[in-house]
Ligand binder design. Structure first.
Ligand SMILES: [Zn+2]
Length: 553
């Protein structure tokens, strides 16, 4: 089977993505299996792949990272990055020691496109939408009067319209660059001034002032998770996990208890969103906060993107919030694609505030300079006159909203995929990993043996992942299980022993000179004939399964 050659200078539509995943699964059957986590609202299969070397153990017995993309319809960089990561792991297995180790010892569950309906609409029409295509909160809004977004000049995008209005106009043309629209100052009295609208058509227009209508697709799938959901959340849906795309993800994660890391790939901005989501950082478990920051900063090493808390009221009921608060899984929302950073514009994510008109102008100026330098000016559609059927002469122009603003221009996509993929591998490396370091047999008397097992965690994370995981008992305690043949009698100890949880080397970095409690010794006494074989298994929900066989000698 020849290895598929996938492209990362384009955004795959659903059929192309499906074929890419099928080809990868066919080309690497020992490492990659394709399945569906369920169907979308329109009935598309939502694909996922399971990546692990099956020769070193089943996927369910290894610590796992969950990665998804494209929950938001237009954030197609997420699905391409997820696909790239699958492809990267498969292509490099057996060549690259890091990748080989990761697939030998860990499992990757990857859902490249959580929301295939929304992504398809985004990729095949001029429309912009936040999430799925189920109309919400109303079944039908298109019969109301007002302006509806449409690509009226047929260039494939819904841009902006500027309409001259020297009396009421809120905007004016910058003197630095005629492409830039800047706010009219409170004391500006001589025009020309303009009003800015989304490109579109007005239903039932009678020359009167009109409202601008939202699209019918008002859902936000990353506000529909069953954590801190409430009916006032914008786009939150009818009830927690009311949307099939969200329920698919929730059910999948709950069914795969070995998941100990989560990455939900979004765009844009060039940041890592992390917990806490609904309360201030000061109220968060401080050790967990440091843990999240430590992982995210490894992400900064590879991407340059900073980590930011998501507190602010509008971010409840997200997947990362649910994963941490309800499942004890540390997770992140990387917001890929940092257009401003590319253009040399600084964004202070910690202290966001409205920009002044001068700042808006300066920012746009730098973005346009970058556009002219790196994109040969093609990222911005120059204002051009258009005869609007209702408004008369208008001008249409603005940034390419899809493949410059929301996602990288195709030629810059692969760089974005690569650097995030590199970090995703590091996050997977951080998972707990249990091992039986020693299983010693000491003959006490004829037919009587003492067995001493040293159970350990060699991973960065503890087997309880984080303090929240332990607090809410999100995972079972680690267990040591003896597999005794019929002729062996257990004199001391139990066949299954709950041993609590094992810390990871992260815990030993919290205080100098105080190493982590990452190993435990468990003793047994058995009675039986010499040379009998006993199986010893260390089972950790998040840290995998380790096993060995000992013989009584
Ligand atoms: Zn998003």
């Amino acid at each position: 089977m020849s290895k598929p050659k996938l492209r990362y200078d384009t955004y795959y539509q659903y059929d192309e993505l499906t074929k890419a995943l099928q080809d990868l699964a066919a080309a690497y059957p020992e490492l990659c299996q394709l399945g569906s986590i369920g169907q979308s609202w329109e009935g598309r299969e939502v694909w996922y792949v399971t990546l692990t070397n099956q020769a070193t153990g089943p996927h369910s017995e290894k610590p796992a990272i969950y990665i998804d993309g494209n929950t938001h319809a237009g954030e197609v960089t997420g699905s391409m990055t997820a696909l790239y990561t699958i492809d990267y792991l498969l292509r490099n297995y057996g060549h690259d020691p890091e990748v080989t180790w990761l697939l030998d010892t860990r499992t990757f569950y990857v859902v490249p496109r959580v929301n295939p309906d929304g992504a398809e609409l985004y990729l095949t029409t001029p429309y912009m939408l936040r999430s799925s295509v189920r109309p919400w909160p109303y079944d039908d809004v298109s019969d109301m009067p007002g302006l509806y977004p449409e690509d009226i000049d047929g260039d494939g995008y819904i841009l902006q319209m500027r309409v001259r209005d020297d009396l009421k106009g809120e905007w004016k043309v910058s003197s630095r660059d005629p492409r830039i629209m800047v706010p009219r100052l409170m004391d500006d009295r001589s025009g020309p001034f303009y009003r800015l609208y989304t490109e579109g058509l007005i239903h039932d227009y009678e020359g009167e002032p009109f409202t601008v209508r939202p699209t019918p697709w008002g859902l936000d799938l990353n506000r529909n998770f069953p954590s801190q959901w409430h009916p006032k959340i914008r786009g939150g849906g009818d009830y927690p996990a009311s949307e099939p795309e969200v329920k698919n993800v929730v059910d999948f994660i709950l069914a795969h208890k070995n998941i100990g890391a989560l990455e939900a790939l979004h765009t844009s901005g060039g940041i890592f969103f992390r917990s806490p989501y609904t309360y201030p950082e000061s109220q968060m478990d401080q050790e967990d906060l440091q843990l999240l920051r430590t992982i995210a900063r490894r992400g900064t090493d590879f991407t340059g993107y900073p980590d930011v808390p998501s507190t602010g009221g509008t971010y409840a009921a997200t997947i990362v919030d649910w994963a941490y608060e309800n499942c004890g899984i540390p997770g992140f929302t990387p917001e890929l694609w940092d257009m401003a950073g590319r253009a040399g514009v600084k964004v202070d994510w910690q202290n966001r505030r409205p920009r002044t008109p001068a700042e808006i102008e300066e920012r746009e100026f730098k973005l346009l300079q970058w556009n002219d330098r790196e994109l040969a000016g093609e990222g911005f559609f120059r204002w051009r006159k258009f005869q609007h059927p209702q408004l008369g002469e208008v001008e249409i122009g603005g940034w390419n909203p899809k493949f410059v603003r929301q996602n990288p221009p195709p030629k810059l996509l692969e760089q974005e995929c690569y650097k995030m993929c590199r970090f995703l591998l590091k996050h997977a490396a951080a998972l707990p990993q249990v091992a039986i370091e020693e299983a010693r047999v000491e003959k006490q008397a004829d037919g009587m043996y003492k067995i001493s097992v040293l159970a350990a965690n060699h991973g960065f994370l503890p087997t309880y992942l984080c303090n929240k995981g332990r607090e809410i008992k999100a995972m079972r305690e680690d267990r040591l299980i003896l597999e005794l043949p019929a002729e062996i009698k257990l004199v001391y100890g139990r066949e299954a022993t709950e041993i609590g949880w094992l810390q990871g080397f992260w815990n030993g970095q919290r205080a100098h000179g105080r190493p982590a409690q990452s190993a435990k010794r468990i003793d047994f006494m058995v009675q039986g004939p010499a040379d009998s074989q006993i199986g010893v298994k260390l089972v950790s929900e998040k840290g995998g399964v380790a096993s060995t066989t000992i013989s009584l000698t």
